[in-house]
Design a protein. Structure first.
Length: 364
């Protein structure tokens, strides 16, 4: 009997999303953003505890608008981790800002604050702190807040992987900086296909974000434009799906933590694979990330066993589009040995046992 292929990840939409979309289409409503979008924004703001939420068409644009709303301009430098999805630096290059790459901590894969301090110049305007797989930096978010206040920099949180994760003081990831950015692309814990959300407690930043995404309109629905803006609006169809997904978020957070714990328990005696740690009391693992020996051979073995994996991000500086020289030992190690194991919410306990048994058999 052929075993079912276990994908590394897959989004999860069900009958609720289908029914909600059908009902919305029967209402003859606006397809562009309107009341459903507003409801989705309120839902995210309520969940994260932020004063404002502004949703946009994708998580890359959300980072672009975050930087622009924070006052970053063309030619300004912004410090970013060398281990991140390429959207982080690309979002800055979109309007001419200059990403400056810094290595990350080996335990959390978040920015190394000592290296950040060394990278600050007179041209630096902001720091983008990426919550790698929902984790916070070892020194705590407060150390980055203090550094930014001391040096007059904006702190932007790239929390694309952080929905459902918190800081030790109970604040949600993404709410400690001037502005935080979330993503709703297909691999995320909730998805609207594509989509991004910006959260902030700053009234002025929220106003700039709303204008930037809607042609610079002075107010909704008119054609008076007193600032530069673009068209990065959401859609009601995405919002309908997003509201259904938010109803499922609490259960998914619980399941993600259980999935990570089962992997950790069953692979504890396998010395050739090291899961990155999580404090499950506050952190929700987005993916199951690990350092592994013989990565390519293990990936091929698992594929032969009908199990999907995905290599973790290579250093941005080694991507052809950037091609920057320098030493980034942690990011380089991840690029050579990092592997994401199957991480979908739909994984069953039997699926995880099958995956772990296959890994242990490979290394036996």
């Amino acid at each position: 009997m052929t075993q079912e292929f276990i994908m590394q990840m897959r989004p999860w939409f069900g009958a609720e999303e289908k029914q909600a979309l059908m009902e919305y289409m029967d209402e003859d409503g606006f397809l562009t953003e309107f009341k459903k979008t507003e409801a989705f924004e309120r839902s995210i703001a309520g969940y994260t505890g932020a004063k404002h939420c502004v949703v946009v068409n994708n998580g890359t644009i959300s980072l672009t608008l975050a930087a622009m709303a924070a006052g970053v301009e063309a030619g300004d430098e912004v410090i970013v981790p060398n281990y991140t999805m390429i959207a982080t630096p690309n979002s800055l290059r979109m309007f001419g800002a200059v990403p400056v790459f810094v290595d990350v901590e080996p335990a959390t894969l978040c920015l190394d604050i000592a290296l950040v301090e060394q990278a600050i110049t007179a041209k630096t305007k902001a720091i983008v702190l990426v919550a790698a797989n929902g984790r916070a930096p070892t020194v705590g978010i407060e150390a980055f807040q203090a550094l930014c206040e001391q040096r007059g920099l904006a702190l932007i949180e790239d929390a694309a992987q952080g929905l459902g994760s918190y800081y030790p003081d109970g604040a949600h990831t993404g709410t400690k900086g001037l502005v935080g950015s979330f993503s709703f692309s297909a691999p995320k814990i909730i998805s609207t296909g594509q989509g991004g959300a910006l959260v902030t407690n700053d009234d002025g930043v929220a106003e700039r974000l709303r204008r930037l995404k809607d042609f610079g309109r002075a107010s909704g629905g008119n054609d008076i434009h007193d600032s530069l803006g673009f068209n990065f609006k959401f859609t009601e169809l995405q919002a309908v799906v997003g509201l259904c997904q938010m109803d499922k978020l609490a259960a998914r957070v619980t399941r993600k933590k259980a999935i990570w714990q089962q992997y950790a328990d069953q692979l504890a005696e396998c010395s050739q694979i090291q899961l990155f740690d999580h404090d499950l009391s506050i952190t929700t693992p987005w993916f199951i990330d690990a350092l592994v020996e013989q990565r390519e051979a293990l990936g091929a073995h698992l594929k032969g066993e009908m199990i999907g994996t995905r290599v973790m991000y290579p250093p941005i500086t080694q991507q052809k589009v950037y091609g920057i020289t320098g030493s980034y030992s942690v990011a380089e190690n991840i690029g050579q040995n990092g592997l994401w194991l199957p991480s979908s919410n739909q994984l069953t306990a039997a699926d995880i046992t099958r995956i772990c048994d296959s890994i242990k058999a490979f290394y036996a």
